[in-house]
Design a protein around this ligand. Structure first.
Ligand code: B12
Ligand code: SF4
Length: 440
């Protein structure tokens, strides 16, 4: 079948060039393996001309695929409307972190545009779904697919978790356009052993890794392609693992392997780490120290114990201090980057203030920099509680382009924050923003 994968991860060219959208090239690899004819279309490469280019392709396409998170969902929705208005009669399949949670809302409201929503991973579901489309069947037995049946009732089949330890999918890096992206993305594991209530990832309490040999092979393959094509403007690899350090021995071993075999320690790389993993593993710290240009993003999120407990974050104030002491002692303060969130729905201005004070203190005392942001109302357990408490809050907000900046939505989802305290806290945040350093 002729399948068009449309990359709408971002709305602007500048945002979109940050790093390779891995899901797109990963899904392309899954489909190509099943002998489908794949094309990846990125509207942002066709300055002002994208409508025409897309239109010229539509008559030859059987299926169009989109991946969406809550930021890109409104772009995907706009594009689906546009496609149907252009009389595209093929099937439209969507997936990714946002449709995976909002599939009920999406099918209830947009079944004119979308045919199938894949809930969860593409590996087991997508090839079977395409097969059923090819046969003209409904995907009654295809795992992880949500759809409207002939009676107009929403069906959703249970998902099957991909056995990553046996997976051998190498994203189609050779299809990545040259000289566009700043950074390359690479996946060695998926999911997380923690279960933070504000977090949107699909695989919580559920961490899986590709096996060591495959992670070795895949890195070799990527670097081979990079020696032939300029996949990124910078020598930078962003590991997409939700939590690279979950298995500290594995993480340490992999960093050593990549440094010894591929001299990856000459690259700048970015990993996401948990404070508890770094504190508990001197071996991991030694491996990290081999990478002078490593950035370690550590989600701390709150500045006080009650805050940590309410979001189910496996950090406490004394652990944060232990982490900062460790980073200072090991000369890693320049590499670490702590993220903090203020304004959870249960938090009033005093709670936000406590987190801001903690950020200031760790900068002054330990030289550790952090990035503050307001809690964004993204699908998560915290958002679910808001929806339960207030019928005005649902998934429809994400259909709008301005959901991140919409004032009414801000106050609706931050019920304990008043305008005056928001302005005061914003002023304080802007003073701290100078503590920020670029992620990449
Ligand atoms: C790497 C990453 C980034 C990178 C690169 C993003 C990029 N270019 O792709 C950077 C650092 C730039 C980034 C930035 C941000 N990110 Co980010 N990021 C991630 C992360 C950790 C991994 C994504 C990834 O590539 N995974 C690897 C691929 C292979 O997996 P995947 O995308 O999940 O795809 C699989 C399945 O979902 C499924 N699938 C996906 N799409 C489709 C489509 C179809 C049709 C099918 C069948 C299946 C399918 O199949 C794939 C294979 O199984 C995710 C966490 C996560 N697990 O999603 C957060 C995540 C997407 N980011 C998040 C956030 C909040 C942000 C920021 C706002 C952070 C900030 N404060 O600035 C920004 C803004 C991003 C934006 N405007 O879109 C949230 C989004 C929440 C939401 N509801 O949308 C996530 C989920 C993290 C979280 N803890 O909640 N991010
Ligand atoms: S540790 Fe990070 S990835 Fe894991 S559940 Fe918490 S916020 Fe999400």
């Amino acid at each position: 079948m002729k399948i068009l994968i449309v990359n709408l991860q971002y709305r602007t060219r500048k945002e979109s060039s940050v790093s390779i959208p891995l899901a797109i090239y990963h899904i392309a690899a899954i489909l190509e393996r099943n002998s489908h004819d794949i094309e990846i279309f990125d509207p942002l490469f066709h300055f002002g001309n994208s409508d025409l280019v897309l239109k010229s392709k539509l008559s030859r396409v059987d299926i169009i695929i989109f991946s969406a998170n809550s930021f890109s969902w409104n772009c995907v929705l706009d594009m689906m409307k546009h496609l149907r208005a252009s009389n595209f009669t093929g099937k439209i399949v969507i997936g990714g972190v946002h449709p995976s949670v909002a599939y009920n809302y999406i099918l209830n409201n947009y079944s004119n545009f979308v045919d199938y929503v894949v809930v969860g991973e593409a590996e087991s579901s997508l090839p079977l779904l395409i097969e059923s489309i090819q046969k003209g069947d409904l995907p009654c037995d295809v795992p992880g697919v949500a759809y409207l049946d002939n009676a107009g009732v929403i069906n959703v089949n249970p998902t099957i978790l991909c056995d990553l330890s046996n997976s051998d999918i190498v994203p189609l890096y050779n299809r990545v356009p040259e000289n566009f992206f700043e950074s390359i993305t690479f996946e060695t594991s998926r999911g997380c052993k923690s279960n933070c209530k504000f977090c949107s990832i699909i695989y919580k309490n559920c961490w899986r890794s590709y096996n060591r040999d495959f992670n070795d092979y895949k890195m070799g393959k990527l670097l081979d392609i990079m020696s032939e094509r300029k996949l990124s403007l910078r020598k930078h690899i962003l590991f997409t693992d939700d939590c690279f350090t979950t298995d500290t021995m594995r993480a340490s071993d992999l960093l050593n392997l990549y440094a010894d075999k591929y001299q990856l320690n000459e690259f700048s790389i970015l990993i996401e780490a948990r404070a508890i993993d770094l504190i508990s593993s001197p071996t991991l710290i030694s491996s990290i120290q081999r990478y002078p240009k490593i950035s370690i993003q550590i989600g701390i999120e709150s500045g006080y114990d009650e805050g940590f407990a309410r979001i189910n974050k496996p950090v406490r104030f004394h652990l944060l201090i232990e982490l900062c002491e460790l980073l200072k002692k090991k000369n890693l303060t320049e590499n670490a980057f702590l993220s903090f969130i203020i304004g959870f729905p249960f938090e009033n201005a005093d709670g936000c203030e406590r987190t801001i004070q903690t950020m200031k203190m760790i900068k002054e005392k330990y030289g550790v920099v952090s990035s503050p942001s307001w809690w964004m109302p993204m699908p998560s357990m915290v958002y679910n509680s808001l929806m339960e408490a207030n019928p005005k809050i649902d998934y429809s907000i994400f259909d709008k382009e301005d959901w991140v900046t919409n004032e009414d939505f801000f106050y609706l989802t931050h019920p304990l924050i008043q305008q005056e305290s928001r302005m005061r806290l914003n002023e304080e945040l802007s003073k701290i923003t100078m503590l920020l350093k670029p992620l990449l």
